[in-house]
Ligand binder design. Structure first.
Ligand code: UDX
Length: 433
């Protein structure tokens, strides 16, 4: 099959590369010339484990191409995926659909023959209807069906999430489009990935409802963590205890500094806006968003408390900046708010992250970046784990103790067992324990 990905960002690039790996012919299109030029040289615009290799193999095999020429790519394609960004619009929190609609216009002008246009970007309910209207308005003769097919890729695990998905959701009423989409995903039948076919609006809502539920689950366990601290219970045992109940499930119950990233913060806000537009409010999701926002600064207060209530002119060493490990993504990372709050309180912040320091420099200008965890720990008043990269899971505490001014570890991801750290002469502060 001939497939086109419009947008060679996270979703478009991972999906395009994986579709090519399944044997389809794929063209990934983007408007940024430098990005296409780099991709053609094998340079990835993002850090995602395994991606560079899949891209290299499929470019070599001639199944994957990168292009600036959308019209040329769309000509004769079986399916065109719109995988452009839908950031939160400044001011009102609605998803900004300008890039989606611009892509729809270009597809309208370029499509020849029957083409399935697939919205893969996360788009509010009803966007598929608007994409269809736009295409029909710009090209009344266009022979297209517009389908919703949300992505559920986790950064850092995107390739395996794509190849072994929990489910594939396809939103369409058209039998013909359904057949095309089934053919697109046929290679995954081998892995027995369940395909859910539903109405387009339902499919659009599934994506938001899924992310909102997961965000709510995280805020729930974080709130329980706060309660654990008050009553002297252990949130990890609470998570295990409730997670063994199959109705609850054990995933997404890790207490921490709050969720971040390109999806949960944006999608929860957009869902609240959708409800508001329909004269209702989503109290549970609003509470989730509000709690998560406040939590980040609460984590800074936890660090200050661990330093005896004052961090003015103290050196705080931060391990991990990205919103989670195995990505270089700094979008909505809890570290941004936590570090800002520490600096507001007068702290001298030093940081190390295996992949996130370059992107972080743009947002965190007053931070001193180090070469590794031990480098930044020298003469520090406290060491703080914000992101649980593997490299921080086996720290040499005796070495750290000799380096640091005061041996204090604030472990915002509960990577360590507190008593083991304490045995090494450290003061240990975790989350919800
Ligand atoms: C998420 C969804 O998982 C994915 O299906 C969707 O398509 C895009 O958004 P992603 O943002 O890459 O993926 O990361 P995810 O692993 O879901 O983590 C999101 C945030 O929640 C991170 O900041 C992470 O640290 C936090 N988190 C996750 C917790 O604090 N506790 C948990 O138990 C799980």
């Amino acid at each position: 099959m001939r497939l086109v990905m419009i947008g060679s960002g996270y979703v478009g690039l991972v999906s395009g590369a994986c579709f090519a790996d399944f044997g389809h012919d794929v063209v990934c299109v983007d408007k940024i010339a430098a990005k296409i030029e780099a991709l053609n040289k094998g340079i990835m615009p993002i850090f995602e484990p395994g991606l560079a290799e899949i891209v290299r193999n499929n470019v070599y095999a001639g199944r994957l191409k990168f292009s600036l020429d959308l019209a040329d790519a769309v000509k004769g394609a079986d399916a065109v995926f719109i995988a452009v960004g839908t950031p939160s619009r400044r001011g009102d929190g609605h998803a900004d659909l300008a890039y989606v609609y611009a892509a729809a216009k270009e597809v309208a002008a370029a499509s020849t023959g029957y083409t399935v246009v697939v919205t893969k970007s996360t788009v509010p309910v009803g966007t598929g209807d608007e994409v269809e209207r736009i295409i029909k308005r710009f090209n009344p003769d266009a022979n297209i069906d517009v389908v919703s097919n949300p992505e559920f890729l986790r950064e850092g695990a995107a390739i395996s999430d794509f190849k072994r998905p929990d489910r594939i959701v396809i939103g369409t009423d058209s039998k013909r489009a359904e057949e095309v989409m089934r053919a697109v995903y046929r290679p995954l039948y081998l892995n027995e990935a369940p395909i859910l076919i539903c109405e387009r609006r339902t499919s659009e809502l599934i994506k938001y409802a899924g992310n909102a539920f997961l965000a709510m689950k995280i805020s729930f366990i974080n709130e329980m963590a706060d309660l654990c601290e008050k009553v002297g219970a252990d949130v990890q045992k609470v998570a295990k205890g409730i997670g063994l109940d199959k109705r609850i499930g054990d995933k997404f119950l890790h207490a921490g500094p709050g969720y971040g990233g390109s999806c949960f913060p944006k999608d929860t806000l957009a869902l609240v806006k959708t409800a508001n537009d329909h004269d209702m409010s989503l109290g549970l999701i609003e509470a989730t968003v509000d709690f998560n926002e406040k939590r980040k600064r609460a984590m800074a207060r936890k660090i200050v408390a661990a330093c005896g209530g004052n961090v003015r002119d103290k050196k705080i060493a931060i391990l991990g900046l990205t919103f989670k490990p195995n990505t270089d993504d700094m979008r909505e990372a809890p570290s941004l708010s936590i570090i800002q709050a520490l600096q507001d309180a007068g702290a001298d912040v030093h940081a190390y992250d295996p992949e996130g320091m370059d992107p972080a420099r743009e947002f965190l200008k007053e931070v001193t970046y180090g070469a590794n965890g031990y480098d930044i720990a020298a003469a520090a008043d406290a060491l703080v784990i914000i992101t649980e990269w593997d490299i921080f899971r086996a720290l040499d505490f005796s070495r750290l103790k000799t380096l640091m001014k005061s041996p204090v570890l604030v472990d915002l991801r509960n990577v360590y067992k507190g008593d083991e750290v304490v045995q090494n002469g450290f003061t240990y502060v975790g989350v919800g324990r």
